[in-house]
Design a protein around this ligand. Structure first.
Ligand code: PLP
Length: 363
């Protein structure tokens, strides 16, 4: 039986900062002067109002979110945004534009097709999703352009944003929000499920420019209307209170680390350690075009299935867990989100070096 914490490279739900978990544990039975756990309090109480308000305020500070944007805490995961975006935005022209960069963007494309016309303006499918495609000038009449700014499964990320003219840019940033600086003004909607870089599963953050709310399609269920959630400040119904509280603790932690720029510098350092080793290795390989490498999700490969299985087994014995690649890509993947300490990446690289020494070709 293992009694200590491991280095958890899971793609999501994923590692949380230890300090955050300790603080949550401290406040589990009695939250400050509330006399009860956050899980037990009314979402209309003063205490919870301060929690949700404080969480929003911190996110606004960290991402420098302008006043003409609303911040929502919703349920249904990033996956529900695949439907909410077209339901609320497609009304303008009946057509949504999408860039296909793999699994999650394909899901978004499929869902949008339920509500109107979908135009896939660019795709990296022909390159096995190992790159971000060049995006041509957009056709007329798109209600929006949807992109997946970090591709969790394939390990790619946008390093510049497409020009979209009048069409608002909508981004699924689930797997790298707060990992690098971003200008929210470039986006109409910027959304992220919490369970990668923000907190536990159960809440999805949606940052939306206020002029984009209110144009939902007829028959859009009340719970799926952005205008309702904006008007009610995410309190139309009971929100995922505890998950929001946890996101607040994670944001507090990010602020203590020095904010998004400091996270970015740490993330660059961590990713560089891993990619440098992979580039020099004779045994491990990586497929993503270097210019588009993700700082958060690093897929890599060994030459045989057998070696891959051995690697996973030995890694686990050393407390390096959840390194199996996504089933659609195979191989291995290390997710090194904000909360993964540099020591975790160092331990992984040291193990990979040792593994290569023992199993690599003799030179
Ligand atoms: C994990 C992930 C999703 C799915 O999120 P859910 O919260 O499970 O719906 C969508 N998009 C991206 C980029 C992801 O990494």
């Amino acid at each position: 039986m293992r009694l200590e914490r491991v280095y958890n490279f899971s793609a999501g739900p994923s590692v949380l900062p230890e300090e955050v978990l300790k603080k949550a544990a401290d406040e589990m039975l009695v939250y400050r002067d509330a006399g009860m756990s956050v899980m037990e309090m009314s979402h209309r109480s003063k205490a919870f109002e301060r929690i949700i308000g404080g969480t929003e305020e911190r996110l606004r500070r960290l991402l420098d979110i302008p006043d003409d944007y609303a911040v929502l805490f919703l349920q249904g995961g990033a996956s529900l945004q695949f439907a909410m975006v077209p339901m609320n935005l497609m009304g303008r022209t009946g057509k949504g534009g999408y860039v296909d960069t793999g699994h999650w963007s394909s899901r978004a494309i499929k869902e949008a097709g339920l509500f109107g016309e979908v135009e896939v303006v660019a795709s990296s499918a022909d390159r096995g999703y190992t790159t971000i495609p060049e995006i041509p000038p957009l056709p007329e009449g798109l209600s929006y352009l949807h992109i997946t700014t970090n591709n969790t499964i394939y390990g790619t990320r946008y390093t510049s944003l497409p020009a979209t003219g009048d069409a608002p840019l909508v981004a699924d940033a689930s797997s790298h929000i707060l990992s690098e600086p971003v200008d929210i003004r470039s986006f109409g909607i910027y959304y992220a499920g919490a369970q990668k870089n923000l907190g536990p599963a159960g809440v999805t953050v949606v940052i939306i420019r206020k002029d984009l709310v209110g144009g939902h399609l007829p028959h859009t269920p009340t719970m799926l209307r952005y205008d309702i959630h904006v008007e009610k400040r995410s309190l139309y119904n009971t929100p995922p209170c505890y998950a929001i509280y946890m996101v607040g603790l994670v944001l507090e932690w990010v602020e203590r680390q020095g904010g998004v720029q400091a996270m970015y510098e740490r993330n660059l350092e961590k990713a560089e350690l891993l990619y440098r080793f992979l580039d020099e290795s004779d045994l491990f390989t990586t497929k993503v075009e270097p210019a588009y490498r993700s700082l958060m999700n690093v897929p890599f490969f060994l030459p045989t299935e057998e070696l891959t299985a051995t690697f996973l087994e030995e890694a686990e014995e050393r407390g390096l867990v959840n390194l199996k690649g996504h089933r659609s890509v195979g191989g291995l993947r290390a997710s090194i989100y904000n909360a993964m300490p540099k020591e975790g990446v160092e331990a992984l690289v040291a193990f990979m070096k040792d593994f290569e020494r023992r199993y690599g070709r003799r030179r």
